[in-house]
Design a protein around this ligand. Structure first.
Ligand code: IPD
Length: 259
């Protein structure tokens, strides 16, 4: 997996350069993709760059990406070329490139790159989590009171359920924000910058890399890949180790057990 990690880091940086070239430019070519979902020329360009790099070095591996799709295989690269496309398209400097490798349906390597901050989060199973090569660790928070979490908004479930969920979270004592990139919110849990992240539905390309980075940073996340997470997505609850149970209870998303 070391070779794949090296490649993923190089492709994430190359993709980041490509995204930066488009950022706030006049060739974004924004188009609708679904309900409250858009895609830009940069998403396609970064996706192509990453897919070409993977095919050159590992032609037998499968690829599943947000923009080009794909099908599940034993060794599968799971790619979100730009997570936080809405931010990106509006010129907001909060988006990321997310690249993971899953083996038999579970992430074993993951890289999330924030090209505007030049921050590269990475992990290989069993080897710890890193930010620009330095070890990271999830926060030690144990109580909802004083904990800061992100509650991502999933258009799939709509505003009423989001209001109900955030109402429960506020009631339990959590402080909440919403910043528009699930991959970055999740790695911020891994780095201990925030205490938790919840969202009613995310796709595997939003979650695969960051979920491994969180567990390798000794944080907790629900078992997203237990059933159909890889192909169908599902709810996500991620938190500092000592906070996971109370965050999962307050969010009440019917998540599978903690991984
Ligand atoms: C989206 C972002 C957003 C989250 C959405 C995702 P995309 O990913 O991660 O923060 O709330 O559910 O779809 O579409 O920008 O790759």
């Amino acid at each position: 997996m070391e070779d794949r990690l090296d490649l993923a880091m190089a492709l994430a940086r190359g993709g980041g350069q490509c995204a930066r070239d488009y950022f706030r430019g006049s060739h974004l070519d924004v188009s609708p993709k679904g309900a409250k979902d858009i895609v830009t020329a940069a998403d396609h360009a970064v996706d192509k760059l990453i897919a070409a790099g993977i095919r050159r070095s590992f032609p037998d591996d499968g690829i599943l990406s947000e923009e080009a799709g794909g099908s599940v295989s034993d060794i599968l690269w799971v790619v979100d070329p730009i997570d936080g496309t809405e931010n990106f398209a509006r010129g907001l400097a909060r988006f990321a490139i997310s690249i993971a490798v899953c083996e038999k349906g579970r992430p074993v390597m993951g890289v999330v790159y924030d090209p505007m901050a030049d921050e590269l989060f990475s992990a290989c199973r069993g080897q710890g989590a890193f930010l620009n090569g330095e070890p990271i660790r999830a926060a030690m928070a144990r109580k909802a009171d004083g904990a800061l979490i992100e509650a991502g908004y999933s258009a799939k479930y709509g505003a009423a359920s989001y209001h109900a969920m955030t109402g429960r979270l506020f009631q339990a004592g959590f402080d909440i924000r919403q910043a528009g990139s699930a991959a970055l919110g999740l790695v911020e849990v891994a780095a201990g910058r925030i205490d938790g992240y919840v969202e009613m539905h995310l796709e595997s390309w939003d979650v695969a890399a960051a979920s491994l980075i969180i567990t390798e940073a000794q944080g907790g996340i629900n078992d997203f890949f237990a059933s159909d997470g890889l192909s169908k997505g599902g709810p996500v609850v991620a938190a500092a180790d000592g906070l996971w149970d109370s965050l999962a209870a307050a969010a009440s998303l019917g998540t599978a057990a903690r991984y």
